[in-house]
Design a protein around this ligand. Structure first.
Ligand SMILES: [Zn+2]
Length: 309
């Protein structure tokens, strides 16, 4: 087929979020709990009335897991088999994502990789045309099994490569490790991924504002909705805090003011001396880039920071 689809069809899509569709690549070693995390993300999206598309490349897992996922994920759930999405199936992944965009217009996207895939290589698909036009921030979330790390099993090779390219590390199964050992476990992982924020979880239960942070406009509207009542017992609580910034701050000053906040995530638009900038932060890494082509003027100068309580 010739690629003469009109660009305006995408631009006029009414439910396209200002910031583009956020995308996560969920990776992690076999048995880390990727599928459990993805199920939690599906449930969370359903509770918020958001359309989540899931592309799963995981194979060799229990069939029943897949059946459950398919049921929960509905039409936005696609399995890719016959290879790995980080190498052999990159074109298939690209086509699948574009199809999902054209058919169901998801609000969020999750790609679950197999246990051997490399998240950074998978993430590169999101920077390719045509999906780069509608995808917003894309991040690699690596799920690590705390028990495996505590026991020192399989920490080299693929595991280390995965963790080292994580934007966010979900330290799962923390209930299987003595609380006194968790610091040591985190040190091991922190050596591999020094800049990535860590969040602890049990059975993939995480506060999803860390992986899908609200935009300034959403922090107001979401206050009306009741938050899903999850109690992960991981002693970690997060809060979304709104910050405002005056016009004509230099990009350097902005970054200097944001870094000491030690936020896990930062998102918003600030009018700098170099014009409006989209600000996106993951841990100490703060990126300034061109703002969305259209955004409500009241959003200018407002950032949301997700921080530990
Ligand atoms: Zn691969």
């Amino acid at each position: 087929m010739a690629t003469d689809k009109s660009e305006s069809a995408h631009a006029t899509t009414p439910n396209m979020s200002t910031f583009g569709v956020p995308a996560l690549v969920v990776s992690g070693f076999l048995g880390a709990g990727k599928t459990t995390l993805v199920k939690h993300l599906i449930t969370d999206a359903q509770q918020q009335g958001l359309k989540l598309a899931v592309v799963s490349n995981e194979f060799g897992e229990l069939g029943i897991d897949k059946a459950l996922l398919q049921e929960a994920g509905g039409p936005g759930y696609v399995e890719l088999e016959g290879g790995c999405v980080c190498c052999q199936l990159t074109n298939e992944l690209l086509e699948t994502l574009q199809n999902l965009w054209e058919t169901i217009h998801p609000d969020r996207i999750v790609v679950e990789t197999s246990g051997v895939a490399l998240p950074f290589e998978t993430l590169m698909t999101f920077w390719r045309e045509p999906i780069t036009e509608w995808v917003g921030e894309s991040l690699a979330v690596v799920v690590a099994n705390a028990e495996q790390v505590a026991e020192g099993r399989d920490l080299e090779g693929t595991f280390e490569q995965q963790v080292s390219s994580a934007d966010i590390v979900v330290l799962n199964k923390v209930d299987l490790v003595a609380e006194g050992s968790l610091g040591r476990v985190e040190n091991i992982l922190q050596d591999m991924a020094p800049d990535a924020p860590f969040i602890r979880s049990i059975q993939g239960q995480i506060d999803t504002t860390v992986v899908f942070p609200p935009t300034p406009a959403q922090t107001y509207s979401s206050k009306r909705k009741s938050k899903p009542d999850i109690v992960p017992h991981t002693h970690e609580a997060f809060q979304a805090q709104e910050l405002s910034f005056p016009d004509h701050i230099t990009p350097e000053e902005l970054i200097q003011q944001l870094q000491p906040l030690q936020a896990l995530r930062i998102k918003g638009i600030v009018n700098t001396t170099e014009g409006p900038k989209l600000v996106q932060g993951v841990g100490p890494r703060i990126d300034l880039s061109a703002p969305p082509s259209q955004f409500p003027p009241e959003m200018l100068g407002r950032l949301v920071a997700i921080r530990r309580k």
